[in-house]
Design a protein around this ligand. Structure first.
Ligand SMILES: CC(C)(COP(=O)(O)OP(=O)(O)OC[C@H]1O[C@@H](n2cnc3c(N)ncnc32)[C@H](O)[C@@H]1OP(=O)(O)O)[C@@H](O)C(=O)NCCC(=O)NCCS
Length: 419
């Protein structure tokens, strides 16, 4: 992998944890105490750690890690219920002395090459700033929507919900990691990470940056149905007293539920605790909890971009999902960073047959950059909406409408875990 002059690309392992943490704390303006450092050491995906190192003294101290990154291994649910092998890019940081010299660009090209070699069809991430990743072909694929349920929100009845068992315990990854894995495996919503690696599971239980420093220890609620764990919420309560009495807050760090019954049972327990006045929850693109609320306006919904996705392998990504209508279409893809994706592809699919894709010399019906395809892959933003803002070009009359209908997903995509 070619690096900017004076730098080289390297793998690194846990023996360089202090250097990695230095790049990270500089990048994200963080102070870490000893327990935070230990937590990060335990949850960092060391086996895929890569960085860019100073190779020339004119650039700084030779051997210093100027930039770091790693990735989690996971499978990502796509429309139709199948999954795609995915790389969850994480811990991306460049030391400020080395920024804007192409260190991130080098790390991204390196990430794409290695993830493709591992057979990963897409790369996904959460962006610290929205302006960073579009240039690398990523598109915002799921929303991040945050609400405050208050205390004991009125939730619509769901038959069978009352009968589900719920237990509240102090969270421990060694004890409860398998329950989290089991719930994730049952999630059908596009964008859900399933088949989590150890580091992803660890992250669900961790708070290395001390964001909940004043809170109690980490707790977990687990709902079970006949098939086993059906919902979980990892949460922390912070006790506060206001002028008129108790005003504690619940922060739900991560949660997942397989259906409306389990969702209702979960939040009946987590959002109705003595002495608590608020319950802060990220619902992502999952409309279930919002759909159960009597007073949707009262929860003060705030929305921003959630998980970003980058198609690494057009063939695998487009044949891995299903389509809502029959489709036979030539799609032109522009991909400046991965030429194997670049060009015209004929996509054919029907309700009864799996999708097929092949390269073609035929003229394109629609054209788009890989970042638009990445935005649309999970069905969160329609191709018509992308056409309306000039991110999809129509070459054959009516083709955008046909393609847009086919790319629809029954369930709105959501990623319920941050990484
Ligand atoms: C964001 C960050 C990783 C960028 O690293 P970098 O090595 O400076 O990036 P590069 O030099 O490769 O920049 C590539 C291009 O992206 C642009 N870019 C980089 N960071 C950007 C930002 N935060 N906002 C807007 N544009 C940005 C550069 O200007 C450059 O554009 P150009 O190709 O038109 O010249 C680095 O500044 C950093 O670590 N920031 C703090 C932590 C962080 O945000 N990490 C990302 C976590 S998701």
């Amino acid at each position: 992998m070619t690096a900017p002059a004076g730098y080289r690309v390297v793998s690194f392992d846990e023996t360089r944890a202090d250097e990695m943490l230095s790049a990270f704390t500089w990048g994200f303006a963080q102070r870490l105490d000893d327990s935070g450092r230990e937590e990060i050491r335990a949850m960092f995906p060391w086996e895929r750690a890569r960085g860019v190192e100073v190779a020339d003294s004119s650039r700084g101290r030779v051997g210093m890690l100027a930039g770091v990154r790693s990735s989690h291994a996971m499978e990502l649910r796509v429309p139709g219920g199948g999954t795609l092998p995915a790389a969850g890019l994480t811990w991306v940081s460049v030391h400020p002395s080395h920024r804007r010299r192409g260190v991130l660009s080098t790390m991204m090209r390196d990430h794409f090459a290695r993830a493709r070699a591992r057979g990963q069809a897409v790369s996904v991430l959460y962006a610290a700033e929205t302006a960073i990743y579009g240039r690398f072909g990523y598109g915002a694929a799921t929303p991040h929507r945050k609400i405050d349920l208050g205390r004991a929100p009125r939730l619509r009845e769901v038959p069978g919900s009352e009968a589900l068992a719920v237990r509240l315990e102090s969270a421990d990854v060694a004890v409860h990691g398998d329950a989290v894995r089991a719930v994730q495996r049952r999630l059908t919503r596009p964008g859900s990470p399933v088949e989590l690696g150890d580091t992803m599971v660890h992250e669900v239980f961790s708070d290395p940056l001390g964001s909940y420093r004043d809170a109690e220890q980490t707790r977990i609620a687990i709902v079970e149905d006949f098939d086993g764990p059906a919902a979980f919420a990892v949460f922390r309560r912070t006790m506060q007293w206001g002028e008129t009495g108790a005003a504690g807050r619940v922060d739900v760090h991560a949660w997942g539920a397989v259906d409306a019954r389990a969702t209702r049972r979960l939040f009946e327990a987590v959002a109705d605790m003595d002495l608590m006045a608020s319950c802060h929850v990220v619902v992502g693109g999952d409309e279930t909890l919002l759909g159960l609320l009597d007073d949707v306006r009262g929860v003060g919904l705030k929305e921003r971009d959630g998980m970003w996705l980058r198609v690494l392998d057009v063939e695998a990504a487009l044949t891995g999902r299903t389509y809502a209508t029959d489709i036979d279409l030539v799609i032109g893809i522009t991909d400046a960073l991965l030429p194997t994706n670049d060009g015209a592809w004929r996509l054919t699919a029907s309700a009864d047959n799996p999708a097929r894709i092949e390269r073609t010399d035929a003229s394109c019906d629609i054209r788009m950059d890989v970042s638009a395809l990445s935005t649309a892959l999970l069905g969160g933003t329609s191709l018509s909406a992308l056409h309306a803002v000039a991110r999809v070009e129509e070459c054959t009359r009516g083709a955008v409408r046909r393609a847009s209908r086919a790319f629809r997903s029954d369930q709105h995509p959501s990623c319920n875990l941050m990484f």
